[in-house]
Design a protein around this ligand. Sequence first.
Ligand code: AP5
Length: 217
Amino acid sequence: MTKRLVFLGPPGVGKGTQAKRVAEEHGIPHISTGDILREEVRQETDLGKQAKSHMDSGGLVPDELVVAMVARRLEQDDCRDGYLLDGFPRTIGQAHAFENEIGGDDDPGVDKVLYFAAPDEVLIRRLGGRRTCPSCQAVYHVETMPPKEDNLCDRCGAELVQREDDQPDAIKQRLRTYRELTEELIGHYRQAGTLVEINSTGSVEQVAELVRRALAT
Ligand code: AP5
């Protein structure tokens, strides 16, 4: 059963957009480390205070903080029959910690890793036009997925905002961070035989169809 999933890929490639749909279709929790960390920042918890500067500048939150946070989340009852990890693991250190803490020698804790790929110009366009709802976390795009009413969330009516790390300098740094620290996970999971590559340059529906096919096998 393919119910323990990891969504891997560069910033803005559409992981979160697809993850929400898949989690709903498969009845598994969508665990986005970015969303959890943003909520910690919003609530000004100790973790949020430690994470904020790393996130705003486009760097990564230290491995030990993120691994502990994910391990806590995976202990919850709703993860018993599977989970979709979006944005974790993001370094080889996180992958090893995850394998040691969650799985074991014969069970790495992951059934399938979907690696979403798109050229940088697509990523930059998607990130630059993204708007998010600070209240219910819905995600929009000024061109490809605009809200019905200008700059207001369709679901809850709150005013949409641009994420701090979707500013041009932070986007550049996030892409650099991805190349330096995350990209090597592609080889790691390919070697493990769990990686499936998804061409994420098409429309949301086109990508969703590729995801459906990848998860059906
Ligand atoms: P996180 O929130 O995980 O950011 P990310 O990985 O950079 O991914 P994004 O959320 O930016 O993009 P996405 O791929 O989900 O794209 P989306 O679907 O929104 O992490 C933020 C920060 O938290 C990190 O930089 C780091 O500091 C920290 N962090 C998180 N996890 C960590 C970890 N494990 N370790 C350490 N630090 C961690 O789509 C983007 C836009 O494009 C949207 O506007 C959407 O509407 C649009 N769109 C999506 N798909 C399509 C499509 N097919 N066609 C047209 N438009 C599309």
